[in-house]
Structures are given as structure tokens and as C-alpha cells.
Design a protein. Structure first.
Length: 268
């Protein structure tokens, strides 16, 4: 039923998916209540928290943030109780809790409660580092989210510190010319722009342009977006001629995709 629900959600059958997950949740709860096997109880408990989390995901995708937050919170309470009672030393369970905390943080971000979101992302980060170590892609994603929330909260120095950590991690985990490096370089540039440090912002964007062209070529909307950002920066810095050249370069880029990147939550 859970597998069918997830497939339904992917093809737009959200209401039917919710019905299947709700029924599965009831079955898991009943099964757990009648078994006396501790190991089996633990399995059912994990399945209960997972079903609650998946219901939260469907509500999130529907932009029903209050409902999503309620289900994530239920999953979080159940997971923490499970974690405390069953296998507190199990790092996999800790990472499961971290995922749910991340989801709650995403809801708070959508509700523009940035301080709460930052607090939750930091909680998730601690669990991830404990379970995965400091050099892991999941850690870099959460750290990037912390940077973005601080950016939105106008804490630009804190945001910049997080983004620079992410940049260092991604260059270590992947390579200097990986497309995710370009993404965080853009975030760094936009943070410098808010600090009115246009020279450093431009340097970051030019490096992002170089890296992006390696992955996507020179005629792609990501290239278009970076040239536009460079044009805006040059204009703000008083370099009118350079600004015009950047905007002309932006117009010459063929539009191949609708996705452009900037400051936003990296993943949910």
C-alpha cells in the first residue's frame, strides 16, 4: 500500500495516495499494538514514522504547510520516542530523525519563520555529522540550507560563513569544476552583493560562469542567469559599459531549460 501510494503521488493522484498511506498507518499501528516481539515492535514503529513522514511530504508538495508540519511533527515525536526506547546508539535511526527534522525546517522556511528553521537545520546538522562525519553530501546540503535561511533572515555574515564551508566541502567531495560548486558560488556572490562588496561578488560569479559552462555549455539558461547577475552587479558598481556588455551576452544565450538557480532551499 505504501509503495502504491508513493507511485500514485508521482502521477498526480495525491488524494488517493493520502488514503492509501492513512490506511497503511492504521494497519501498522494495529500490528504494533498486538505483537509482543520487541524487534517486531521496532520495525512497526519505524514504518509508522515513515508513513507519517510520507503523508507530510504529500501535503508539502500540495503547498499545505500547516498539514505538512503537523504530520512531520507527529513523525518527529514518534521517531524520538522510538530512538530513546529502542536503539539509541543506532546512527541510522539518528539519520532518520535528522531527515524528519529537515522536513520540519523546510515547512518553517516556507512559512518564513527563518529563526525556527535555522534552529531545526542546526539540530539536523548535528545528527548528520555524528552519523556521517563532516565530509558528506547530506551534511553539505543541510549546511547550505542553513546559509540560505540566514541569507533570508538578512544575517549575511553568518550566511557567507556557511556557504564558504559548503564550497570547500563540495570541492573536496566532487571536484573544483562540479556543477554544485557553481551553485554555491552564485549563492556566495548574491551574499556579497547584499553586503555591497561588488568586486568579490563579481569574482564569484565569473568563477561560477566558468564552471557552469563546463557542465552545460555556453548556451544555456544558467549561463543567461549568471550574465544577468553580472550585469546587475556592474550597474550597481557604476560600470555602465561593462553592464551593457553583460546584458548583451545574456540575450545571446539560447534558452534551453526553464530552471535557473539562486538562493533557495537546496532540497526537500
Amino acid at each position: 500500500m505504501v509503495a502504491m501510494a508513493l507511485s500514485m503521488d508521482k502521477i498526480g493522484m495525491s488524494n488517493e495516495s493520502l488514503e492509501e498511506l492513512t490506511q497503511a498507518l492504521e494497519i501498522y499501528g494495529y500490528a504494533r499494538s498486538i505483537t509482543s516481539n520487541p524487534a517486531q515492535k521496532s520495525v512497526y514503529w519505524f514504518q509508522i514514522t515513515n508513513a507519517l513522514n510520507q503523508i507530510g511530504n504529500i501535503y508539502f508538495h500540495q503547498r499545505m504547510m500547516e498539514e505538512a508540519g503537523e504530520k512531520y511533527s507527529q513523525a518527529l515525536r514518534a521517531s524520538k520516542e522510538f530512538l530513546n526506547e529502542a536503539l539509541p546508539e543506532d546512527s541510522c535511526l539518528s539519520l532518520h530523525v535528522a531527515d524528519i527534522i529537515n522536513n520540519v525546517a523546510c515547512v518553517k522556511a516556507e512559512q518564513k519563520d527563518y529563526e525556527k528553521s535555522i534552529h531545526l537545520f542546526n539540530q539536523a546538522l548535528e545528527l548528520q555529522i555524528a552519523g556521517l562525519g563532516e565530509e558528506d553530501p547530506a551534511v553539505s546540503i543541510t549546511l547550505n540550507n542553513i546559509g540560505t535561511m540566514n541569507f533570508k533572515a538578512r544575517k549575511f555574515e553568518v550566511a557567507l560563513k556557511s556557504y564558504k564551508q559548503v564550497l570547500k566541502m563540495r570541492r573536496f567531495l566532487f571536484h573544483r569544476d562540479h556543477y554544485t560548486v557553481a551553485e554555491v558560488l552564485v549563492d556566495i556572490a548574491m551574499t556579497y552583493e547584499k553586503k555591497r562588496d561588488y568586486d568579490r561578488a563579481a569574482r564569484s560569479l565569473k568563477e561560477a560562469l566558468r564552471v557552469t559552462s563546463i557542465t552545460y555549455g555556453t548556451k544555456h539558461e544558467k549561463i543567461f542567469d549568471i550574465y544577468n547577475k553580472l550585469g546587475v552587479l556592474a550597474k550597481k558598481a557604476g560600470h555602465e559599459e561593462q553592464s551593457v556588455k553583460y546584458f548583451q551576452a545574456a540575450r545571446s544565450a539560447d534558452i534551453e531549460e526553464s530552471t535557473i538557480f539562486g538562493n533557495g532551499i537546496f532540497s526537500h
